[in-house]
Design a protein around this ligand. Structure first.
Ligand SMILES: O=C(O)CCC(=O)C(=O)O
Ligand SMILES: [Fe+2]
Length: 289
């Protein structure tokens, strides 16, 4: 059997009442799992309302100096970062969601020990945007690529749909089974991908070893809006430097576990006396949280 043979042609689908253990194990086996109604209809309305204005102020396309990164970001795509500051509903409800934290625990407790947030970002793929280049999210922790399927679990993406995700409007496309390939320099080809079609409010969880990319938006008038909130082992550097970005007065209003995943409390990876500390004590003491 070729290492590239596709083992799954549709993604498993679960509900919020499925255990985190089961959700993670389905995601590991298939590459990704769809969680129906991860957000309530009210949360979707509120988050969209809170993000409409900052999103309107953003131009589509990326200002990144490196052309390949700009292409990766998408010429007709808007990426709004720092959602923690922008949206109260997001920071108080989504980031404090019980299932989200249980999934983080199941993903990281045994191997790395602790986890935090990579980024919290809105990705709106506009009409005419071509398909994003296929990639594995773990590739940004480059030494892991050579370890292929045996690399430690570095990053796991949770994408939440703020509009329906359809094949036409740019639903994320994935290659189920690519997490098990022998050679991670190989990112397969678009024909091997399947779309993660979501209804508004649904989520898709996929591991950092799974080849994927945002789909092409072939509509003339639809904007595919999603949130990406990847969870990563806290032995690795996140994309967004929250402690330098999110105002402390906002952080004081959040629950301890949310403060921790955005870097305002110390991290305790397995076998470590503690990382991200002040004076060998928890950062929360220093910040008086
Ligand atoms: O927008 C999407 O569907 C996927 C985006 C993505 O994979 C990424 O930016 O790493
Ligand atoms: Fe990605």
């Amino acid at each position: 059997m070729s290492s590239q043979q596709i083992s799954v042609t549709s993604l498993p689908v679960v509900s919020r009442s499925t255990s985190a253990q089961e959700i993670v194990s389905l995601s590991d086996q298939a590459g990704a799992v769809i969680i129906r109604n991860f957000m309530t209809a009210e949360q979707v309305v509120q988050i969209n309302k809170e993000l409409d204005e900052p999103l309107a102020l953003l131009e589509a396309g990326s200002k990144h100096e490196h052309p390949l990164v700009a292409e990766f970001h998408g010429y007709q795509t808007k990426r709004l970062t720092n959602l923690i500051t922008h949206s109260q509903t997001f920071r108080e409800e989504i980031l404090d969601d019980e299932l989200f934290h249980e999934i983080g625990q199941v993903l990281y407790a045994s191997e790395s020990g602790d986890w935090w947030l990579t980024t919290a970002q809105l990705i709106e793929i506009g009409p005419g945007n071509k398909a994003q280049m296929l990639h594995r999210d773990m590739a940004q922790y480059h030494p892991f690529v050579a370890m292929n399927k045996d690399a430690p679990r570095a990053i796991t993406n949770l994408m939440l749909a703020l509009t329906d995700f359809t094949e036409e409007n740019g639903a994320t496309r994935l290659i189920p089974g690519s997490q098990h390939w022998d050679d991670f320099e190989d990112v397969g080809s678009p024909e091997m991908t399947i779309p993660a079609e979501l209804k508004v409010g649904d989520a898709v969880l996929f591991g950092g070893k799974v080849v994927h990319g945002g789909g092409a938006n072939v509509t003339t008038d639809q904007y595919r809006r999603g949130l990406t909130i990847p969870l990563q082992a806290s032995i690795l550097t996140p994309e967004e430097a929250y402690p330098l970005i999110v105002p402390l007065e906002v952080v004081r209003t959040l629950s301890p576990r949310v403060q921790k995943i955005i870097g305002f409390r110390s991290q305790y990876p397995n076998a470590s006396p503690g990382l991200w500390q002040h004076n060998y004590a928890d950062l929360a003491d220093y910040l008086k949280l």
